[in-house]
Ligand binder design. Sequence first.
Ligand code: 4AD
Ligand code: MG
Length: 432
Amino acid sequence: MSGWNSIPELGALVGEEIRLRGWVDRRRSSGRIGFIQLRESGATVQLVISRKEVDEASWEALQSATQESTVAVTGTAVADPRSPGGVEIHVSSLALVHGADGYPITPKEHGAAFLMDHRHLWLRSSRQRAVLRIRSEVCQAIHDFHRERGYYLVDSPILTPAACEGTSTLFETPYFDHGNAYLSQSGQLYLEPAAAALGKVYCFGPTFRAEKSKTRRHLMEFWMVEPEAAFLDFKGLTELAEDFVVYLAGRVLEHCAEPLKLLERDTSRLEAIRKPFPRLRYAEAIDLLRGQGSAIEFGDDFGAPEETSIAEAFDRPVMVTHYPTSLKAFYMQPDPDDPTLALALDVIAPEGCGEIIGGSQRIHDHDLLLSRLKEHDLPIEAFQWYLDIRRYGTFEHSGFGMGVERFVAWMAGVPHLRETIPYPRTMDRIYP
Ligand code: 4AD
Ligand code: MG
């Protein structure tokens, strides 16, 4: 027999001889019988090693197979209704590929700093594997959602000549004879021109914010998905955001039952993510907060506590719209009924997850956009290309951005974003 089997396929191989290579998650043994929880392909299966059924070399391999050692095994797949995959392996031979010595992450409790220092190893734990699987599903679903609706993937650059979302969170890097370049805070400005080329477009990639905050909801490097569509008005944008969230949550429920169970996620909270989401104007959200006893004033921005209070008033995600222009980015279209307000939307997720989506209709009038750039003290020269979109066949258009880690944290029920990205970049850490 050649080739190696994988754990997810074992259910179909009951009674057959199989071969596996993987890592020792856990091991226990007595004088006559030993058990290894073997990890492979993100799953685990129990190996049963009976001293009288294996040769001496296999029994010795069991004694040397410390936690996280790599082993190769031959055995028979046997139905076992008590095990998660419905199968265990009765081993006929076991070989040690590499004996791991003193694996630092033991089954006892470790502090967050220790685990973050060992992030490269921590990824192997069942909880981290479950979160990574949910993230993988969310990322795939993001592409599928857009493809199904005729959106084209357009990659936006990471090195950019100017700010997109405010100048206070820019990462700078020297760029040859051109002064400084900045790591992208959003691909949006580059998608707007692409919308004139392809109609409906999206980008999905790493995004950088030098946020001088150590909250559990901020990363320096995160992944943002951003759809942008020509001739999409503000109402259409709110519907797109709603459809997107419902679609992604549905995919997680459909394909991630196992990781959700492992994380002990209360899935009834995810099943409640249904259309329509309540829509609340910023002014109404202020009234709601003041009614709850908050001292917030019209014109103040929401922090995490305000977002949590707003979300708790509803049983599903909430859309807050029509923010004062002073709180929002320079490119947002003013409300025709009250130009002091922006046609902006934020989607706030429940369970303390806060803002997961921010978006708006964009200013399509050249002169208005130019005056906003000036008001925001942005370098006009660097934005000539962006103004060109309003010079040559301007068009109404809208889009939003969603932070993948915030969405995954919500789905997985994980409070801190550092567990939702393989290698988190936070203010106090860039290792490993
Ligand atoms: O609201 P933001 O800043 O919007 C934009 O950047 C727009 N240009 C997007 C667009 O319209 N195309 O960011 C969008 C989302 C937030 O709602 C949040 O989910 C996430 O990006 N986000 C962060 N996630 C993790 N860490 C950070 N520091 C984040 N900053 C924003
Ligand atoms: Mg925002």
